[in-house]
Design a protein around this ligand. Sequence first.
Ligand code: B12
Ligand code: SF4
Length: 445
Amino acid sequence: MHVLFVEVDTERSWAVASIGPGFLAAYLRQHGHTVSFFRYSVDHSEADVVDVIQKTGAELLGLSLTTRQWLRTKSLVATVRQTVDLPVIVGGLHPTFSADEVLAAEGFDYACLGEGEMAMLDVINALEAGEPVENIDNIQTVVGEKPKLRPPFTPLDNMPFAARDVLGEHRGVVHMTTQRGCPFPCTYCAARMYNQLYKENDAEYGRRRTVRNVMDELHALNDAGDLAYAIFLDDTFTIHHPWVKEFCDVYGRELGKPFSLHARVETVNEKMLHMLSKAGCDQITYGVESGSPRIRYEVMRRPVKNQRFIDVFRWTQEAGIRVTANFMLGLPEETPEDLQMTVDLATELDIMDFGYFVFYPYPGTQLFQTALAKGYIPDDYQGRPANHRESILQLPTLTNADIGHAYDQLTALRRRLYMDRLGFDPTAEQVAGAADHVADLARVG
Ligand code: B12
Ligand code: SF4
């Protein structure tokens, strides 16, 4: 069967498409099916997607969805189904935790809950054989009827390497995942909910590839001339120290190309940071999220002291690794004083750059449930876009103006860091030009 994956963009700037379809495409090809890919950018029209479906002869349309992609996808699929008759399957975080909402919308046939490779293959095989799709594990077809979950794919080393042609990567910057699942209990996080979902089904979602298997994929990319810089997207790359040590030894010796990763400050130490640096790591992004210990400990369930961020950021810089960080604003129970503590901590920490996001309650998460129970979520939330610039919540402790004020302070701080780094206040074109230049340098080595 020929499957078309469409990536629904909501921004102009994402360098990479959803990672899930990279694995799904590789797995389906391994089992004899063909796959094509189309990136539905913000400049494309719905008619463009219809055109691609007709030109590729697609027999099944697959979409990977975060909550942010949902509203644009809903409109797209309704239009597509009015014109062409092909089944539609969706998966990813949003369909997993909002399957009823998705299936109630026009044109959606199958919602995949949790891991998708084996489930999607079963759907395709059933469609080809003219057999019913109603009783396939992980696949929900009817509103309110939750499917059983099959055990997660194991060992991950047996999964084919991600199909790069569906990731939309550029200039030798490759996106890698070495693990699935995160065991930490952060209440705002959708990613961890896979662990929770599988636990409720008596299964363990957390798995990791061996270092050798990861290296084989990187060598294949390198041999093809496609590896200049590796971005490890794992939720917590540094969680298991023996794995990280082995990786640093082997990667540093065999490839040594620059790479970046995400980490929690509790999972690194000075020795590990020096090892990572020696292997080629030149940037780490840490989640700080809030400068208020009360919000971190009581609302987010991230029990870590401010001093730990200060120490780890210093150690990271001392090891020769650039530090970036992420912050969140506008959580339930947060006050203007808590917001100010976040701005203060961001100012105090030695960061090269940072991201800052207004909190959005993702379906399935613990904070979504809390916000719902407390009446913070407006009735019409499903019709509102999921963005990280303005809060959709009605919070008794914060106004949108309070959040906006802290947001503006962080914007000003970020601009100052930018000016310190570059020595001038850049225009948008200069920022884009600088990014291209860095990518070119990375490509030549
Ligand atoms: C890499 C990444 C990105 C990349 C790529 C996006 C992507 N969706 O892969 C980029 C940088 C573009 C990105 C951006 C954003 N991201 Co992001 N991102 C991730 C991250 C860290 C890893 C995803 C990954 O590689 N997983 C590995 C693959 C193998 O797993 P998977 O994606 O779950 O796919 C499997 C199944 O879900 C399923 N499946 C997935 N798609 C499909 C499709 C079909 C048809 C089927 C059958 C099955 C299926 O099968 C796959 C293979 O088993 C996740 C955290 C996480 N661990 O999931 C956050 C995460 C997906 N991102 C998130 C968010 C919030 C964002 C942003 C809004 C960030 C921002 N603040 O602006 C944007 C929105 C992007 C968008 N297009 O809407 C949230 C989404 C929450 C939600 N409910 O929507 C997550 C879960 C982080 C979190 N902690 O909450 N992100
Ligand atoms: S450590 Fe990161 S991925 Fe894991 S639960 Fe917390 S926020 Fe989510």
